[in-house]
Write a protein that binds this ligand. Structure first.
Ligand code: BG6
Length: 501
């Protein structure tokens, strides 16, 4: 048998895309609550205003200008407010997961539900109680909770008052948050992920950054050269890496049996041709992503990090003790997301700072309606690449297909394209385990129930095995329907991955 008997089959989600209940139970406002919906071609936006009432808009991933603050604007739709309403439907959703035989469910905790302002002295008890109920419900159904502490979540107050993750003070606020969770669910949660996709975070949305942040988190107003967006981002991610290492140390004190992971976006990169500049260019580009898992899995910035920093004219600022912390508190497993592969073409170099994806054509691959190349073999490649490199257990915590689904009058949804996508990826994952002997802890496909797309804010870019009756503007009954993929995945889990038909 390919998959071990304790293989963790399940599905994944993130609070900002799934939970809703944005102003209930004492929850505070997060930056993502200010992000409008968008489409494949129209980016999501955040409206921002300064003290004089001047308004600008920024897009996902961009930094806010100095002195501005994001705000809600009448007449716009904000998908995170209701999302697909896990907040009020968690019992039904968990029952559906149990019906599919889920062994695990990956959820993230909304920072502002637990610490409404991010810097509060005490947590919001109502927020914790909501998650108590969710975790108890999962356990009652025999489902192991897999908790992401931070998934694209930035308390608005921490962005406005402190300048977001450019400011080292955020490390302590994060640790207060993480410690509260570790202590609260010390005996209930074993698997933790400290930060989601640490390598692709950036801008105001996920890091709370202004374009003229100084390294200490204060703002450069006039006459001074700010760090530049790439520099602010790299310095901020350093703070997150330190926060994650310190969280590992604290967690191990609280319960030495915890299994601690960090999570990176590690969809694969190929050279577009065998031209040596494509091959080396792809290799260098991949390192921009692997640099971060090198830190969390090996405990230090790799030698080549300096050349990445040099390319951006960036000088990393570390405090005494940072290097020791990173070295002594590596993660137990590497969790990663895999959706597609990208081809690196020397003639149109991919310029993202940290190895994130940009669409480049690969003539050998079909694409999803959102233009994401479908590459199951790439998953086997990446599993091997990562296991060769780290020799520590891996966990595929996101993999899935965003597609338009049709709800039939009889309540069925025939999503054979999703079944094909998942089947082909699981088959390659099985080969990686069975033939290549990669140590893989589990697979949480994206996503158990339909959720809002992070990238476009659309509802119609659906990933779930369960359909939620909701449209792009938030209209619908929120009623849940089992898709054909629901019944298919149930069989996959029941046979521990040996039957994929
Ligand atoms: C990952 C994120 O990058 O990709 C998820 O961790 C996200 O939050 C997923 O939903 C798919 O991307 P999108 O933009 O299609 O939702």
């Amino acid at each position: 048998m390919a998959f071990p008997n304790d293989f963790l089959w399940g599905g994944a989600s993130a609070a900002n895309q799934y939970e809703g209940g944005w102003n209930e139970g004492g929850r505070g406002v997060a930056v993502h609550d200010l992000m409008t919906d968008g489409t494949k071609d129209e980016p999501r936006r955040i409206y921002c205003m300064n003290n004089s009432g001047d308004e600008v808009t920024i897009q996902q991933g961009e930094c806010i200008p100095f002195g501005y603050e994001g705000h809600l604007k009448e007449g716009y739709y904000y998908p995170s407010h209701q999302a697909t309403d896990f907040y009020h439907n968690y019992k039904e959703d968990i029952a559906l997961m149990a019906e599919m035989g889920f062994k695990t469910f990956r959820l993230s905790i909304s920072w502002t539900r637990v610490f409404p302002n991010g810097d509060d002295e005490r947590p919001n008890e109502a927020g914790l109680q909501f998650y108590d109920s969710v975790i108890d419900e999962l356990i009652a159904h025999g489902i192991e909770p897999l908790v992401t502490v931070l998934h694209f979540d930035m308390p608005l107050n921490l962005a406005s008052r402190y300048g977001g993750w450019a400011n080292r003070k955020l490390i302590d606020f994060y640790l207060t948050f993480a410690t509260t969770l570790f202590e609260r669910w010390r005996d209930k949660v074993t698997y933790w992920i400290t930060v989601n996709e640490i390598n692709v975070l950036g801008g105001y949305w996920t890091l709370g950054l202004a374009s003229n942040n100084r390294k200490d988190g204060s703002f450069s107003n006039q006459g001074e050269t700010p760090m530049g967006d790439a520099g602010i981002k790299l310095q901020s991610i350093h703070h997150l890496l330190v926060a994650s290492a310190r969280a590992n140390a604290i967690a191990r004190e609280i319960n030495p049996h915890f299994k601690l992971g960090t999570m990176c976006a590690l969809s694969g990169i190929y050279p577009a041709t065998c031209h040596p500049d494509d091959v080396f260019g792809a290799y260098e580009f991949r390192r921009k992503a692997l640099m971060f898992s090198d830190v969390t899995m090996r405990g230090a910035y790799p030698n080549y990090a300096q050349s990445i920093f040099d390319a951006y004219g960036f000088e990393l600022e570390q405090e005494d003790g940072d290097e020791d912390l990173l070295r002594e508190n590596t993660s137990d497993f590497l969790a990663f997301s895999y959706y597609r592969t990208t081809a690196f073409d020397r003639n149109s170099p991919n310029t993202t700072t940290t190895g994130g994806q940009q669409a480049s054509p690969n003539p050998y691959l079909e694409k999803t309606p959102w233009g994401w190349p479908i590459d199951p073999k790439g998953l086997r490649f990446v599993l091997n690449e990562l296991y060769d490199r780290y020799q520590k257990p891996l966990f595929v915590v996101e993999n899935g297909m965003g597609n338009v689904d049709t709800l039939e009058p009889d309540g069925s949804v025939h999503d054979e394209y999703r079944i094909a996508y998942l089947r082909d990826h699981i088959a390659e994952m099985r080969d990686a385990v069975e033939i290549d002997h990669v140590d893989l802890l589990g697979y949480t496909m994206w996503s158990a129930v339909d959720i809002v797309s992070a990238g476009t804010g659309e509802m119609k870019k659906r990933y779930g095995l369960v359909y939620v009756d909701l449209d792009d503007k938030g209209n619908g009954s929120l009623k849940r329907y089992r898709k054909d993929s629901f019944y298919w995945y149930k069989r996959v889990i029941a046979t521990n991955g040996s039957c994929l038909e």
